[in-house]
Design a protein around this ligand. Structure first.
Ligand code: FIX
Ligand code: ZN
Length: 426
């Protein structure tokens, strides 16, 4: 069969054929999940999995206080098992689990082959007791069709340190990302002391050439140790660039030069207001709209740097797409955290494809618990498929020809190709 014949046979003609071609491509294409909080097995207890972890996800903790009379003090004094039982009883039995975070647990249990109609927490616990973490990783990666996950690795975290020192992070499906929140957001409070403790000759105000050199040495060491896909930071909505303070000096003198030199992109996750309600602990962070002029300046003044960007405010998403049209050194990724809900994912995905075509990374999972890869990807794949069908249909309506191979190519780029090209290109 020659090329034109093979294209002809794959040509999509009807709306039904289109739906089938898109859902086949979207459901079978394995994905690189570019931002998670998962860890490979050698990191031990940092890798969270199982029903009690799923139920005590911080998204569900925020929700349980809205429906239960439990006080913050009482909740935090409970064991994890008791917290899970309270959340199960409150959000799944006494109320219907329709929020995205609740629905995610139900989708996951069902996809793992458990009987969700039984609502029997004991059976679900038994399932996890009967498996090992290594076996479960294979089950989840297969079920979620995930080929690689990028972890979030904090060079200041003593719990991670022994694994990095050992030089063996085990399962190669888990890749590293060098997270720099402590360095950038808390240099004066924590980062400085920590660096000194590790033998780096840095000054508290981060303002000397010697300090810049030392911070660069620190970053180089960790890049060599972790081989990260990117360096990353989460930033508040009022983040400013250019900046006279620690952040600006770190960006200009340390991070941006190293990011260029080692061809390791810098990921900015902008819009988080940490500890809006500290009583909720990790569940207490909020979001705010950012002024994206700073991002524009950063992209314009550093054209040889690559930036991966995701934003936490819905109000910023359209503006981000417009910026994406102006700067090829920007790769927009994922629907982060409060954006990771079906209605918002649909809106953002449509907006991105309309303004940027297929040159984005539509989603990441942000999974903190291994099992969550199952639902986060299942839910997102469905929405991405629906948006693609809508867009391809408008082309077919006016006589454009499309083959299933072309659909597969497009989906493969969205689910990993665009990320690889961004990392490896000039
Ligand atoms: O900063 C981040 O990477 C956030 O994704 C997390 O801090 C957040 O707690 C989270 O889990 C969001 O999904
Ligand atoms: Zn995250």
């Amino acid at each position: 069969m020659n090329i034109s014949e093979s294209n002809y046979t794959q040509q999509i003609k009807t709306a039904d054929e289109l739906k089938t071609a898109v859902s086949d491509a979207v459901d079978t294409q394995s994905v690189t999940d570019i931002h998670t909080h998962l860890f490979s097995p050698p990191f031990g207890e940092l890798l969270l999995w199982g029903i009690d972890e799923l139920l005590t996800y911080h998204y569900l903790i925020a929700e349980v206080f809205r429906k239960s009379d439990v006080s913050y003090q009482q909740f935090w004094a409970m064991s994890k098992a008791k917290q899970a039982e309270l959340i199960w009883q409150t959000l799944f039995i006494e109320n219907s689990p329709v929020s995205e975070a609740c629905r995610g647990v139900v989708t996951t249990l069902d996809a793992l082959g458990l009987d969700v109609s039984s609502r029997n927490l004991r059976d679900y616990r038994d399932y996890f007791t009967d498996t090992t973490v290594d076996a479960f990783i294979d089950v989840v990666f297969e079920c979620a069709k995930v080929s690689k996950v990028v972890m979030t690795n904090d060079p200041f975290d003593s719990a991670e340190a022994p694994v990095w020192e050992s030089g063996d992070t085990g399962d190669t499906r888990f890749e590293a990302a060098l997270r720099m929140d402590v360095l950038i957001n808390t240099y004066e409070e924590i980062g400085y002391e920590h660096l000194r403790g590790l033998g780096y000759d840095v000054d508290p105000s981060l303002s000397t050439k010697k300090t810049y050199k030392e911070v660069r040495r620190f970053l180089e060491t960790w890049i060599q140790r972790m081989n990260p896909k990117y360096m990353a930071v989460s930033l508040p909505p009022d983040f400013q660039y250019p900046d006279e303070g620690v952040l600006g000096r770190l960006f200009d003198n340390c991070i941006l030069p190293i990011s260029r030199e080692f061809n390791v992109p810098f990921a900015l996750m902008i819009g988080v207001k940490r500890a809006v309600n500290p009583q909720l602990q990790m569940a207490g962070d909020g979001s705010g709209k950012a002024d994206l002029t700073s991002l524009e300046t950063l992209l314009r003044e550093n054209p040889d740097n690559k930036f991966l960007v995701t934003l936490l405010s819905r109000e910023n998403q359209h503006e981000l797409c417009v910026i994406g049209r102006k700067f090829k050194n920007l790769m927009i990724f994922g629907c982060w955290w409060f954006m990771n809900n079906p209605s918002v994912i649909e809106e953002i995905t449509r907006e991105r494809i309309e303004l940027l075509g297929l040159s984005v990374i539509p989603q990441h999972s942000d999974a903190r618990i291994l099992d969550q890869l199952v639902y986060k990807w299942k839910h997102s794949r469905q929405i991405i498929a629906d948006v693609l069908v809508e867009k391809y249909q408008t082309l077919l309506d006016v006589g454009w020809t499309l083959t299933s191979t072309e659909v597969e190519r497009d989906v493969s780029n969205l689910f990993g190709g665009n990320f690889d090209r961004f990392l490896n290109g000039d």
